[in-house]
Structure formats: structure tokens, C-alpha cells
Design a protein around this ligand. Structure first.
Ligand code: FPP
Length: 252
């Protein structure tokens, strides 16, 4: 079971360190396959170990002052993997939702899925909708799971919806600006991420939150995702304090 958290986020948070830490952390959980292969095990073994890390991170978000945690679980490009791995991952997502649903809700976690659901199995989509509906009024940690998600795909889908609204006179083209477009994105209820972490030594974004991370700070670390610890997350949050974010402005 997840640790029971009584943090009500409408009140000021009481993190173990000051409140200048990242409020929204997004993670590219990379390295599961290599972690498993190093142990002579199939890649899915690494994904299962990775799922256990997710639970641990969610549990510790309130203590670290992280209100929003967004994780990249499956990209629009991950369908290129073997059938065995794709099926195994989809099965893992189903199990994760089924097994964690109650604990996530009991812990006041609000869950949102982002990504295109059209290509996903209807049974999985139904479980995703059930978890979202169950936790919709929770006001603790906001856990966003990117599943069949690609940043370019998200912008393309948003643009299509926006174009439909223009075509049906619900939206005036003169009113289209950054704020308007952002409302059509899957992430429209979320603030932009403050900190994006990628594990496993790769220094690329891989189509993750392209629009939203325009001014995010990045941390690329060597640790493989199944070895990523809460201590490491805390260290990255602490080093975030010392970064001077200027959002395009001049050095003070
Ligand atoms: C990338 O590692 C990881 C993925 C494509 C899947 C991420 C999924 C999980 C961590 C499973 C748990 C998630 C939830 C929401 C239950 P990789 O396989 O590309 O690793 P490699 O680069 O070492 O091959």
C-alpha cells in the first residue's frame, strides 16, 4: 500500500525543504531494458521493476513539495518495439491501474492520462477513464501518465481540434495565441513542468512535452530508471533551488 498522506494542497505545503523546489517534475523513465539485460533477464523484467519505482516516487512527492508528477510511460514511437514487449507493457499498464487504483485514491492522488487513446485497447482505455473519474476530485499529488504520447502528435491533435472550432465558427482565428492553443493540449489543466529528468545517460527529449517544456530545467542523469531512488530525486530537487530561471529575461 502507498503511505497514507494527509497533505491538503489547498493549504501551504510543508515540504522537508523550502518551497523553491520544483512544483512540477516530469520524468523520462529510461533504462529499463538495459537494467534487465545486465541481469540476464528479459526487458519486461526491467519494466516491472520500473513500475515499482513509480509507486515510490508518487509516495514521496508530498514530502518533496512536488505537487505535479508527470511520467513518460509509452511514446507514440514505442509501437516499433517487438510485439512481445508492446503486449507486455500494455499488460503492465492494465495491472498497474487495477492494482494501484484504490491506493492512489486513498492517498488523494489525482490521475490524468495524456496521449492519444485511439490506438489503445478499449479495455485499457476504460480502466484509464475509470481511474481518472475515481480520482477527479482529489487534490493531492497530480500524477499524469503519458501513454501513447508524443509531443508532436499532441500539438497536431490540438491543432486539428482548434481548426474544427474555427471551421464551425466557435473560434475566431484572430483569438488564436499561445494561451488558446495550450487549452487544446492534453495537458491543459497542468502547469508547465519546472524540471524534466531523463534517466539512463541519454541526453535527448524524445518527443516528450515539447510545447510545455519550453522553459523547463533539464537533468540528464546516468542512473537507469529501475535504480532511480527517492534520494536521487531529492538531490535533483535541491540542485533546482540553485538554478536561476530567467524565462528569457536578463540576468538580474
Ligand atoms: C524506457 O526504457 C521505458 C519505457 C519505454 C517504458 C516505461 C515504463 C515503465 C517504467 C513501466 C511502468 C509505468 C507505469 C505507469 C506502470 P527502455 O526500455 O527504452 O530502456 P533501454 O533504453 O535500456 O532499452
Amino acid at each position: 500500500m502507498l503511505v497514507k498522506q494527509d497533505v491538503a494542497y489547498d493549504r501551504p505545503l510543508e515540504p522537508s525543504f523550502d518551497s523553491n523546489g520544483p512544483k512540477h517534475v516530469a520524468i523520462i523513465m529510461d533504462g529499463n531494458g538495459r537494467w534487465a539485460q545486465a541481469r540476464g533477464r528479459p526487458r519486461l523484467y526491467g519494466h516491472h521493476a520500473g513500475a515499482r519505482r513509480v509507486r515510490e516516487m508518487v509516495e514521496n512527492c508530498p514530502r518533496l513539495g512536488i505537487r505535479y508528477l508527470t511520467i513518460f510511460a509509452f511514446s507514440t514511437e514505442n509501437w516499433k518495439r517487438t510485439q512481445t514487449e508492446v503486449t507486455g507493457l500494455m499488460d503492465l499498464f492494465r495491472r498497474y491501474i487495477t492494482h494501484e487504483m484504490r491506493a492512489l485514491n486513498d492517498n488523494n492522488v489525482k490521475v490524468l492520462f495524456v496521449g492519444d487513446r485511439v490506438r489503445l485497447d478499449p479495455k485499457l482505455v476504460a480502466l484509464m477513464a475509470e481511474l481518472e473519474a475515481l480520482t477527479t476530485n482529489n487534490n493531492g499529488v497530480h500524477l499524469t501518465i503519458a501513454l501513447n504520447y508524443g509531443g508532436r502528435d499532441e500539438v497536431a491533435r490540438a491543432t486539428r481540434k482548434l481548426a474544427e472550432d474555427v471551421a464551425s465558427n466557435r473560434l475566431d482565428p484572430q483569438d488564436v495565441d499561445e494561451t488558446t492553443l495550450a487549452r487544446y493540449l492534453d495537458t491543459n489543466i497542468l502547469p508547465d513542468p519546472d524540471l524534466v529528468i531523463r534517466t539512463s545517460g541519454e541526453a535527448r527529449i524524445s518527443n516528450f512535452l515539447l510545447w510545455q517544456s519550453a522553459y523547463s530545467e533539464y537533468e540528464f542523469i546516468d542512473t537507469l530508471w529501475p535504480d532511480f531512488s527517492v534520494d536521487e530525486l531529492e538531490r535533483l530537487c535541491r540542485s533546482f533551488f540553485f538554478r536561476k530561471r530567467r524565462f528569457g529575461g536578463a540576468i538580474a
